[in-house]
Design a protein around this ligand. Structure first.
Ligand SMILES: NC(=O)c1ccc[n+]([C@@H]2O[C@H](COP(=O)([O-])OP(=O)(O)OC[C@H]3O[C@@H](n4cnc5c(N)ncnc54)[C@H](OP(=O)(O)O)[C@@H]3O)[C@@H](O)[C@H]2O)c1
Length: 282
């Protein structure tokens, strides 16, 4: 398996320098940064995506983040530092996936990891849902993610060094809960596509996996909670339904992404990793 993210060569090259040889040491550090693998994380202007980007930076990646809000994107870049670049992208626009993939590759000159994280939430009485709503959810959560996976995989194939793609789905990709049917289906399609793409892309050394979070503490969760009559009571009920007794933190999801993106796990492809405190095990 030819996985791009193998940084062992860099480690091998790190022979000791003569004490005080700061010029050579500085040059070597710059070269290592230039060689560091590059990840694209969509939907990284908010919530889980920001923590995924933070995790990948701490794992030694250079990271291109994308989202629609320039303002939030700039804030994340300022927070995470000069290993991070922002590309604005409305993923539902025609041709957006191809443009984003190329812009991301051009930022640092290579592309090794894609995290398909951008998505919208949807709840609604199933018998009241209209056609336009269904189309909008699938455009944001499914079609754009499929298009981006294909666009990035073409770049990875051209580079010839393999790669790792992680699709953020949901526990609802595999189970039904009231009022979430459209969202569930949009994520269930991504679970099926993860497995299918893993088979098609294996000959190029491109791994494709999914991370399926349970309820996670993000601004969206807080807003949802605050709209309810009894936020504290509901938070307790949500936690009580989870075997580990708490909802996920964004860092829990980011840690699973770091695991799947790592070259140490280069034999993993076509799997879905639940990050749900045991919810799906019940
Ligand atoms: N939070 C949970 O409890 C939970 C549970 C299971 C799965 N998930 C999944 O985890 C992922 C992240 O969720 P989150 O809660 O962190 O969401 P979030 O805070 O609402 O962030 C969503 C991100 O997606 C971007 N985005 C949405 N629609 C887009 C579009 N059409 N084009 C480009 N970017 C778009 C947003 O960009 P802008 O803000 O810049 O517009 C934002 O950066 C999603 O795939 C979600 O389905 C979340």
């Amino acid at each position: 398996m030819n996985d791009t993210l193998d940084t062992r060569d860099e480690a091998r090259d790190r022979e000791p320098l003569a004490p005080g040889n700061t010029i050579q040491r500085g040059t070597r550090m710059k070269n290592q940064q230039r060689e560091a693998p590059v990840a694209l994380v969509t939907g990284a202007t908010s919530g889980i995506g920001v923590e995924i980007a933070r995790r990948l930076v701490s794992d030694g990646f250079r990271v291109v983040i994308s989202g629609r809000s320039e303002e939030r994107g700039s804030r994340v870049v300022a927070d995470l530092g000069d290993q991070v670049r922002f590309v604005r992208s409305e993923l539902r626009e025609e041709g957006a996936a191809g443009r984003l993939a190329e812009a991301a590759r051009d930022r640092f000159g290579r592309l090794d990891v894609l995290v398909n994280n951008a998505a919208v939430d949807h709840t609604g009485d199933l018998l009241e849902v209209g056609e336009a709503e269904i189309r909008e959810v699938f455009e944001a959560n499914t079609f754009s993610a499929m298009n981006l996976l294909i666009a990035v995989a073409r770049i990875m194939r051209e580079q010839g060094r393999g790669g790792s793609i992680v699709n953020i789905t949901s526990r609802l990709a595999s189970i039904g809960v009231p009022t979430m049917g459209i969202y569930s289906a949009s994520k269930g399609a991504m679970l099926a596509f993860t497995k299918a793409a893993a088979i098609d892309l294996a000959p190029f050394g491109i791994r494709v996996n999914a991370v399926a979070p349970g309820m996670t503490r993000t601004p969206l969760y807080q807003e949802w909670l605050e709209r309810l009559a009894d936020p504290e009571g509901e938070a307790e009920r949500v936690a009580a339904a989870i075997p580990l007794g708490r909802i996920a933190e964004p860092a829990d999801v980011a840690s699973a992404v770091g695991f799947l993106a790592s070259p140490e796990n280069s034999y993993l492809t076509g799997i879905s990793l639940p990050v749900d405190g045991g919810y799906l095990a019940k």
